[in-house]
Write a new protein. Structure first.
Length: 157
């Protein structure tokens, strides 16, 4: 049985933890001569309104402004982290629920492997906040490699 990954997706939230996953994705793309994809999802949950009614205003910038900012950050991200690749990185931006959009995009592009960071939160934080990475692992149509930062030492549960 031969394992190959023709299309590798490395989602990002532009955090330091996501940077750690980039190295793994780039190395795997090099070994398997894969096309590398990078996506970012603007979380629709951040769009809160200060009041209800016809005169309500958003507390955060409008969605199109958030997408514009994400586009700028994506350009910088790709230039900083993927400039040394032989081929181009295919990028994608969307607005929605991060886990659902990552899964939908991986189906749309027939992704073979998703490489993403995990925050490694504690049990209480996980119960309250959930985990995008865990949801992707459970529902993705392909293999998922999770990468945890080496900054924190291992603590026996």
């Amino acid at each position: 049985m031969s394992i190959t990954f023709e299309r590798i997706l490395c989602p990002t939230d532009f955090s330091e933890l996501a940077e750690h996953a980039v190295g793994f994705a780039k190395r795997l793309a090099s070994v398997f001569d894969s096309q590398l994809y990078c996506c970012h999802v603007v979380d629709e949950a951040y769009q809160y309104w200060s009041s209800m009614g016809p005169e309500s205003i958003p507390i955060v910038p409008a969605t199109n402004e958030l997408l514009e900012l994400a586009g700028s950050r994506m350009e910088k991200w790709v230039a900083a982290h993927y400039a040394d690749l032989a081929g181009p990185v295919i990028t994608h931006l969307s607005v929605g629920r991060p886990f659902a959009d990552i899964i939908a995009y991986s189906r749309q592009e027939s992704i073979d492997l998703i490489v993403m960071a995990t925050h490694g939160r504690g049990a209480i934080s996980h119960l309250l906040l959930g985990s995008t990475t865990e949801k992707v692992v459970r529902k993705a149509p392909c293999a998922v490699m999770t990468v945890r930062s080496n900054r924190e030492g291992f603590v026996m549960p």
